[in-house]
Design a protein around this ligand. Structure first.
Ligand code: NAP
Ligand code: ZN
Length: 353
């Protein structure tokens, strides 16, 4: 067992603060990674504050972080695909059972025994739950360690590991591409990646935002059109016209307003995970035989495909790099929508604490 410096919340009401956590010695299939950058996802904030208590209660201390980029420092004897010195990435999953029907298909996100990067029972027994990327190192089964394209900025690559795959995966599943009209709701960390992917995949891309100050950015990121969602007359121009809408909103909002914008057989997919249930009108679904669905992160092969796609098309997140000591302030700003468009922690700052 070794120890790592980390940033943790001691309870739902505490601020994040520096601490020391245990990490296992690499087993023969493990990769030990020095963490260089870790993105701040809104899921980190939901978890730290125990906002998902009814579905997934938080165990404290909680070390969040699942948008990890780092350098390999050590590998186990049977590790074939990574070696010391390699630049690698880890996302929202660190293990699964490797044998079930979903794992066989590379859909580890649906494995009933998938281990999430933080706040999941630790199969190795190093600690009661897994500890995430707000830390200077992590040890991960090699099958969950991804290759980073060499041409991309590392801090801007980290958010691809959650915000990237969570928006890329449903777009691939629902065949977003040329000839499709696609909406992205909420221009935050996930939403801004959604815009980049929809545009790169060739779809007609429309952004829905509550923030008039984000209109120009949305166009720069690849939107063909931007709608201020609080403006009913702007919304009404799009009724019945969308093939697919990706909803990346973190808080309570009117989902029927978006279902009504779908064409017959169109789909709204939720990737946002608000604390409270959303109210769905039956009429929003049955007129037009519309669907409401959801999508969690993505499997390991598709995450590698997404990283390679980003390397080829030069796609990364727009990041504001912060020191780990700024995490509490960053959370408050995230809640106000005051980030363009992802905070990313420079983990070298942990040495200063
Ligand atoms: P974020 O950066 O905070 O972005 C959320 C955006 O939602 C905001 O920028 C804002 O966009 C919009 N918004 C916020 N409050 C709103 C309100 N009251 N009404 C309408 N719009 C509002 O968060 P994120 O990191 O992108 O995460 C978004 C959500 O996805 C979170 O709930 C997170 O937990 C979830 N998530 C899910 C998965 C998954 O696997 N499905 C993975 C990661 C994250 P505008 O200013 O443009 O309106
Ligand atoms: Zn996330």
């Amino acid at each position: 067992m070794s120890t790592s410096k980390a940033y943790a919340a001691a309870s739902a009401k505490s601020s994040m603060a520096q601490t020391t956590i245990p990490r296992r010695e690499p087993t023969e299939r493990d990769v030990q990674i020095e963490i260089l950058f870790c993105g701040i996802c809104h899921s980190d904030l939901h978890t730290v504050r125990d906002e998902w208590a009814s579905v997934w209660p938080t165990v404290y201390p909680c070390v969040p972080g699942h948008e990890i980029v780092g350098r390999v420092t050590k590998v186990g004897a049977k590790v074939a695909n990574h070696k010391a010195g390699d630049l690698v990435a880890v996302g929202c999953l660190v293990d699964s059972d490797h044998t079930c029907a979903q794992c066989q298909k590379g859909l580890e996100q649906f494995c009933a025994s998938a281990t999430f990067t933080y706040n999941a029972p630790d199969k190795h027994g190093t600690a009661p739950v897994t500890y995430g990327g707000y830390s200077d190192s992590i040890v991960v089964d090699e099958r969950f360690v991804l290759r980073v394209p060499t041409n991309l900025d590392l801090a801007a690559t980290a958010p691809l590991l959650c915000a990237g795959i969570t928006t890329y995966s449903p777009m691939r599943h629902w065949e977003v591409g040329k000839g499709k009209k696609v909406g992205i709701v909420g221009l935050g960390g996930l939403g801004h990646m959604g815009v980049k992917f929809a545009h790169a995949l060739g779809a007609q891309t429309v952004v829905f935002t509550t923030s008039p100050g984000k209109v120009e950015d949305a166009k720069r990121l690849g939107a063909d059109e931007v709608v201020i969602s609080k403006n009913a007359s702007e919304m009404s121009k799009h009724v019945g016209s969308f093939d697919f809408i990706l909803d990346a909103v973190s808080a309570d909002h009117d989902i029927n307003a978006y279902l009504n914008l779908l064409k017959p057989d169109g789909t709204v997919t939720l990737v946002g995970a608000p604390e409270k249930p959303l109210a769905v009108s039956a009429f929003s679904l049955l007129f037009g035989r519309r669907s409401l669905s959801g999508s969690p992160i993505g499997g390991i092969p598709e995450t590698q495909e997404m990283l390679d796609f980003c390397g080829k098309h030069n796609i990364t997140a727009d990041v504001e790099v912060v020191a780990v000591q700024q995490v509490n302030e960053a959370y408050e700003r995230l809640l106000k929508g005051d980030v363009k468009y992802r905070f990313c922690i420079d983990m070298a700052s942990l040495k200063n604490g």
